[in-house]
Design a protein around this ligand. Structure first.
Ligand code: NAD
Ligand code: WQD
Length: 323
């Protein structure tokens, strides 16, 4: 059985779908701080399989200990975490507590119960200001906000455990910009507040829940002056995790970028979104958003070579709103 922390969230719920479909038994631990309990039924509806769910917090070591004693967990897929960059700047301790202390509790409970395989959701944000592009896994890490530091701290904990225990296998997956949803339309990215990220914001504009898109800066050194990112389809992304599970037979600490290897500007994404959904998006050019990098995208070759995985969904398909 797989223990999936944060498994009712955006990426975790998509992972739960493909893991159940691949024949794994899945136990989700989620405190519902950024998700809804009804996602469990939605995942079950899509897969026609049952999803075990415990409402609880990864910082609760006693609960974790009980879980590892009660269930036979072969590996942990660790999605649970807070991810809003601006909030992490305003409330750094909340982020260190949730993301770093939470991961520490999880790792202690794993060690106490001799569970020694984990896949961790890290982020391209650990690289910081690009020294060169595309970012490969050797690019220096230099986060530019507390959220990024929490991800890097957890990576370091995993690296150090693997040094101390040569039977431990830890895979850090550095996601680029996940977008899209399961084709059923039942699950997807559904932030409770006004979205920070481009794609959920676009969807709210398309649904007339927000009046227009603010394009944060058109004077960057990119093709059209707007920010450039590597948008990866969420179904492709979670398939990458299935490949990573197979790779856990290799003890040690491993890092893989999960991206497409291609950069897309804000205006290019808006244009693809308009074509995919046959609509026109109202937009206004605004000043740059504080803390934004001009451009970055992944070198995705290592995951292809080692995990035998690559992103295959087109940008147009990723932009199509499913209902
Ligand atoms: P999400 O907020 O939709 O999902 C995270 C889930 O974890 C939520 O269901 C939340 O309730 C749960 N959670 C948070 N803290 C918890 C705690 N202490 N105990 C138990 N459950 C807890 O976010 P997501 O987009 O699905 O991201 C999943 C992971 O991937 C996160 O760790 C995030 O940092 C990382 N990541 C996300 C992106 C992205 O753009 N979405 C990019 C890179 C990395
Ligand atoms: C993409 C581009 C914006 C919103 C953040 C985190 C990162 C990662 C993903 C987890 C940029 C522009 C955006 C809008 C806009 N999360 N934009 N109008 O900034 O690459 O990454 O989320 O790890 O850590 O930093 O993603 O979707 O916010 O922005 O013009 O309303 O869209 O300026 O160029 P970002 P994003």
């Amino acid at each position: 059985m797989l223990l999936v922390t944060g498994g009712l969230g955006y990426i975790g719920s998509h992972f739960a779908v493909v893991a159940l479909q691949a024949g794994y038994e899945v136990l989700v631990l989620d405190n519902l701080s950024n998700s809804h309990a009804n996602v469990k039924e939605k995942v079950e509806k899509i897969t026609q399989k049952s999803l075990d769910f415990i409402e609880g917090d990864i910082r609760d070591e006693e609960l974790l200990d009980d879980i590892f004693k009660q269930y036979s967990i072969e590996a942990v897929i660790h999605f649970a975490g807070l991810k809003a960059v601006a909030e992490s700047v305003a409330k750094p301790l909340l982020y260190y507590d949730n993301n770093v202390s939470g991961s520490l509790s999880l790792l202690k409970a794993m060690q106490n119960n001799k569970v020694n395989k984990i896949i961790f959701s890290s982020s391209a944000t650990v690289y910081g200001e690009p020294k060169y592009l595309p970012y490969d896994e050797q690019h220096p890490t230099n986060p530019i906000n507390p959220y990024g530091y929490t991800k890097l701290h957890v990576e370091h904990m995993l690296r150090d455990i693997c040094t101390a225990d040569n039977a431990f296998a830890a895979i850090t997956l550095r996601y680029f910009n996940p977008i899209g949803a399961h084709p059923s339309g039942l699950i997807g990215e559904n932030p409770k507040d006004i979205p920070n990220n481009l794609m959920p914001y676009l969807i709210k504009v398309a649904n007339s829940e927000l009046p227009y898109l603010q394009v944060f800066g058109d004077d960057y050194e990119t093709r059209d002056g707007t920010g450039e990112r590597d948008y990866i389809n969420v179904m492709d992304l979670v398939e990458g995790h299935l490949s990573a599970i197979n790779y856990l037979v290799n003890a040690g600490f491993h890092v893989f970028n999960l991206g497409t290897g291609k950069g897309t500007t804000v205006l290019e994404l808006v244009s693809a979104f308009e074509t995919a959904n046959n609509i026109v998006i109202e937009k206004k050019i605004k000043s740059r958003r504080e803390g934004d990098l001009a451009k970055f995208w992944a070198k995705a070759d290592l995951a292809k070579k080692e995990l035998h995985w690559e992103a295959t969904t087109s940008l147009l398909d990723s932009c199509r709103i499913v209902q």
